[in-house]
Design a protein around this ligand. Structure first.
Ligand SMILES: Nc1ncnc2c1ncn2[C@@H]1O[C@H](COP(=O)(O)OP(=O)(O)OP(=O)(O)O)[C@@H](O)[C@H]1O
Length: 249
């Protein structure tokens, strides 16, 4: 894999739901490169198309037209069975609601992506997982089930699980939405660290300017289009900028 190939690409993506008078244009001609090793935040008002874009780029949904690429693979209209494999091997997800398996303990949840792929971590992967467990402060929780953990601990397990296979991209949908601000900051620091220390590519949808200020880049959607693409900014700069978009729209 060439390292200069973007980790993910959207090419003239459109997504239309419904028909005729009930038609909703969730995405309108969106083109975006997600650079390798970068932490990108996607912002925008409710209904602007953030989740739709992320789901299509992650292979969870198909576009109406346009292309979605993960590395050198076009996933936009790939058959389901093949897409499932690509998702398992190349994509990590972190959801607002953690999405851990309640019947599995922390160790079982962390190993789930490997189990689903019908294999065990190799020595390098196991070493990386062991490092993640220590750095996320989960060492004494490995035999606990999700309901025995705090929200912040559950989200840390979800992040470790998403990172464990070293995927091409980790997509995070409002990962701090259900956390108090201190725990949320810890989770953001983990995502930041994953990009800085491990060269992990991260795409995070958020409404929160403080969360977005941890990212290297802030892409703003409005009514299904990209309306701004900014380098790393402070929370104050992002708040002011989002406000100016609302005023001028
Ligand atoms: N399955 C669906 N059927 C019909 N319309 C949909 C569907 N999913 C999304 N939409 C519409 O597409 C538009 C974009 O939705 P999307 O969820 O991507 O926005 P969002 O920016 O993520 O919003 P939020 O911040 O509220 O989560 C909205 O108008 C929404 O109502």
């Amino acid at each position: 894999m060439q390292t200069d190939t973007p980790a993910a690409r959207a090419r003239s993506l459109t997504k239309t739901y419904g028909r005729s008078s009930a038609e909703v244009h969730a995405l309108r001609d969106v083109t975006l490169d997600i650079r390798r090793g970068e932490f990108t935040a996607i912002m925008g008002p409710s209904g602007s198309g953030k989740s739709t874009l992320m789901h299509i780029m992650a292979g969870l949904d198909a576009p109406t037209s346009g292309e979605a690429w993960l590395g050198a693979i076009e996933i936009g209209r790939m058959p389901d069975a093949q897409l499932t494999l690509v998702r398992r091997r190349r994509v990590g997800f972190v959801f607002q609601s953690f999405n851990l398996v309640p019947t599995l303990d922390v160790r079982g949840n962390l190993l789930l992506p490997f189990e689903l792929d019908g294999r065990r971590p190799d020595i390098r992967e196991q070493k990386f997982i062991d490092e993640l467990i220590v750095s996320l402060g989960l060492s004494d929780r490995l035999t606990h089930r999700p309901h025995e953990l705090s929200g912040g601990q559950q989200q840390r397990v979800a992040i470790a699980r998403a990172l464990a296979t070293r995927p091409e991209v980790v997509f995070a949908d409002e990962p701090t939405g259900n956390l108090d601000s201190k725990t949320g900051r810890d989770v953001l620091a983990l995502l930041r660290d994953a990009a800085t220390r491990h060269g992990q590519t991260i795409v995070m949808v958020t409404h929160d300017p403080v969360a977005a200020s941890h990212a290297d880049r802030v892409v703003v959607l409005g009514d299904g289009r990209i309306v701004a693409d900014r380098p790393r900014s402070t929370a104050e700069e992002i708040s002011a900028f989002m406000l100016s978009l609302e005023v001028t729209s």
